[in-house]
Ligand binder design. Structure first.
Ligand SMILES: [Zn+2]
Length: 245
């Protein structure tokens, strides 16, 4: 049966390796989320522009028909004016022709503006489509990178998580809580004494304490300087755990 200290030392080694693996992924998962949002935002912008453009083109097509109708109407009215019987009729038709003419001018002007707008929108759409394309490429690359890192890690992660579970089963609640408390301060919560110094903060361990450590391997001691749990290098650590480093 392993001592509490042995379990804690092994737990610290496994946790440090797990930290290391997680660090390899770095900010990548967060970056992917950010790019993904950007990508969908770009798609939404393109859809919006496409809708405006389609409405504009519909208006343009309809206006062209209206212009033709106005032209036809003007011709019909002109013919009609030719055969009027009195001045009153003549004036009435003149008024109608003027109205058709002014409508024609107004709509032609509006269409000119629409043409410029359409050109601008087409250009805008081109840029927006490029934004979609670029963010998609960026997203694919980041996802591929993360996949590569995690697939390399999957086996190690699984092994380490199993090992961790196995070790924590044998750590008492009290010491597990204490270990987690130290972990909030130092990622390496349990460290060996090397050359009479704490290998966490490198401060010297008094000779008396060193002797005590060696003689009481099942007792738990702290480094007085940094508060990490310390153990002698003679402490037997599961070689399988040592191998993960
Ligand atoms: Zn220390």
């Amino acid at each position: 049966m392993k001592s509490e200290l042995q379990n804690l030392a092994e737990l610290a080694i496994v946790d440090m390796k797990l930290d290391e693996l997680q660090e390899d992924c770095g900010d990548l998962p967060l970056t992917i989320k950010r790019i993904e949002k950007l990508y969908y935002d770009h798609i939404a912008t393109v859809k919006e522009t496409e809708q405006i453009l389609s409405d504009l083109r519909k208006f343009k097509a309809e206006s062209k028909i209206t212009l033709q109708t106005l032209k036809d109407r003007e011709a019909v009215l002109a013919d009609k004016q030719f055969n009027v019987k009195n001045n009153k009729e003549f004036d009435a038709i003149t008024k109608e022709i003027d109205h058709a003419k002014s409508e024609f001018v107004r709509l032609t002007d509006e269409l000119r503006g629409v043409g410029v707008k359409e050109e601008n929108l087409v250009q805008m759409l081109e840029t927006q489509n490029k934004d979609v394309e670029n963010s998609k490429t960026e997203l694919d690359e980041a996802q591929k990178e993360l996949e590569m890192i995690t697939s390399d890690q999957n086996e190690d992660l699984l092994m380490l998580r199993n090992k961790r579970k196995e070790i924590t089963k044998n750590v008492s609640q009290h010491w597990y809580a204490e270990y987690l408390r130290i972990r909030t301060l130092h990622h390496d919560a349990v460290v060996p004494v090397k050359k009479n110094s704490c290998s966490g903060c490198y401060s010297t361990i008094p000779p008396q304490k060193n002797v005590e450590l060696r003689n009481n391997e099942d007792k738990i001691y702290y480094c007085e300087n940094c508060g990490r749990i310390i153990y002698t290098q003679e402490l037997e650590i599961d070689p399988e755990v040592l191998n993960v480093i």
